[in-house]
Design a protein around this ligand. Structure first.
Ligand code: KG4
Ligand code: ZN
Length: 336
C-alpha cells in the first residue's frame, strides 16, 4: 500500500493543534498551541474566548505543522478533524479549516470523535499495540471504560453518571486555591501529603457496575473544607489533595482492572488528560503486574488534547473505507 499522509486538526476545547502523521502511527509533526494562560485568570475555559483564540492561531498552527513535517500541503492524502464532543464554537473553527483544506486539495475529509482520538493516542505511542483491549478514558470532560473490539469498534462498559474525573480534579483544585487546570497541580501537591489523612468516600455504585460517580466525593471534600473553615482549623492542602486523589484513583484502578478481567483481555490502555497523573499510573502499574495485564499509556503530550491522536483515528477510519461529507456539522455532545 502507498504511504498515507494525514493532516489532523483539533480545536474542541482550549488547545489549537495540527499534526502530520505518516501511515497512522508515525508523527512527522504535532503542533499544539495552548490557551491555558488565557483561561487561567477566569479559573476555567471561557467558550467565546476559546473560539476567538482558535480563529486567531489556526492558520499559523497548520502552516507550522506542514513546515515541521517537511512536506507540502499538497502531499497530504487525507484531512481529519475533531467534530465532537466539545465546545461548539471551538469545534467549528478546526472543522471548517479541515473541510476548506480538503475541498481545495480535492482530498478526502473525515470527522473524528474526540474520545476515540484519545484512545488512538496509544497506537502512536505503542507501535505494536493492536485491539482488542480495555481502555480507561479519563479526561476533563469524559470518564469511560471501553472495550475496544477492533479499530473503530467500541463497546461502552461504563461511564461517569455525573462529573468526569478531570472535572473533579479541576473543581477541588479551585476550592483549595490552586490554579487551572487543577489536575497537574493536585498531582504535584499530593506528593507532599498523606493520602490516608482524610477518609473521603470511594464510590463504587452497584456491585457489577462499571459506571463512575465523582460528585459525591466532590461534595464531601467541599463539606470538609467548609467544616474546617467554620471551626477555624488550619487546612493541610497537601493532605486534602492526596486524600482526594486517593479516593479517585482507588476506584478508577479497581474498576479498570476488573473490566480488563471481565473482557478477558490481557491489555489495558489509559487515555485522556488524567492519564498523565503519576499516582494513577503508579497504582495501575502495580495492580496490572499483579494480575498479569500489560498496561499501556501515552506520554503526557499525547494524553492531553493534540491533533496527532485525531489524525491517527482518522487514518484508521479511512482504512476501513469511511469518509465524511463536507456537510458534516460540529456535534457538541457527540457520544462514542
Ligand atoms: O484530555 P484533556 O486534555 O481534555 C479533555 O478532553 O477534557 O484533559 C484535560 C483534563 C483536565 O481536567 C486536567 O486537570 C486533567 O486533564 N489533567 C490531570 C493531569 N494532567 C491533566 N489530572 C490529573 N493529573 C494530571 N497530572
Ligand atoms: Zn480531550
Amino acid at each position: 500500500m502507498n504511504d498515507i499522509i494525514t493532516l489532523g486538526i483539533e480545536s474542541s476545547c482550549d488547545e489549537t493543534s495540527a499534526a502530520i502523521i505518516l501511515n497512522g502511527r508515525e508523527i512527522l509533526s504535532n503542533i499544539i498551541s495552548s490557551q491555558i494562560d488565557i483561561h487561567k485568570k477566569f479559573g476555567g475555559v471561557v467558550p467565546e474566548v476559546a473560539s476567538r483564540k482558535h480563529v486567531e492561531v489556526i492558520s499559523n498552527v497548520i502552516n507550522e505543522a506542514v513546515k515541521e513535517a517537511n512536506i507540502k500541503l499538497n502531499d497530504v492524502n487525507l484531512v481529519a478533524s475533531t467534530y465532537g464532543p466539545g465546545l461548539v464554537g471551538a469545534l467549528l473553527v478546526g472543522l471548517s479549516a479541515a473541510k476548506g483544506i480538503a475541498m481545495s486539495l480535492n482530498k478526502p475529509f473525515i470527522g473524528v470523535n474526540h474520545i476515540e482520538g484519545h484512545i488512538c493516542a496509544n497506537y502512536i505511542a505503542h507501535k505494536e499495540l493492536e485491539p482488542p483491549f480495555t481502555c480507561l478514558v479519563v479526561s476533563g470532560g469524559h470518564t469511560h471504560l471501553i472495550y475496544v473490539k477492533d479499530y473503530g469498534e467500541y463497546e461502552i462498559l461504563g461511564r461517569t453518571r455525573d462529573d468526569a474525573a478531570g472535572e473533579a480534579y479541576d473543581k477541588i483544585a479551585r476550592a483549595i486555591g490552586l490554579g487551572y487546570p487543577g489536575g497537574p497541580l493536585i498531582d504535584k501537591l499530593a506528593k507532599e501529603g498523606n493520602k490516608f489523612a482524610i477518609e473521603f468516600p470511594k464510590v463504587y455504585l452497584e456491585d457489577d457496575s462499571f459506571d463512575f460517580s465523582f460528585s459525591g466525593l466532590k461534595s464531601a471534600v467541599l463539606n470538609y473544607l467548609n467544616k474546617m473553615n467554620m471551626q477555624g482549623q488550619e487546612i493541610n492542602k497537601a493532605d486534602v489533595a492526596a486524600s482526594f486523589q486517593q479516593a479517585v484513583i482507588e476506584v478508577l484502578v479497581n474498576k479498570a482492572v476488573k473490566a480488563a478481567k471481565f473482557n478477558k483481555t490481557d491489555k489495558l490502555c489509559l487515555a485522556g488528560g488524567v492519564a498523565s497523573n503519576s499516582a494513577l499510573r503508579e497504582e495501575l502499574v502495580k495492580q496490572c503486574r499483579k494480575e498479569g495485564i500489560s498496561l499501556f499509556y501515552p506520554p503526557a503530550v499525547l494524553c492531553t488534547d493534540n491533533a496527532a491522536m485525531i489524525a491517527c483515528c482518522g487514518y484508521y477510519e479511512y482504512i476501513k473505507g469511511r469518509t465524511s461529507a463536507f456537510s458534516l456539522n460540529a456535534v457538541p455532545s457527540l457520544k462514542i
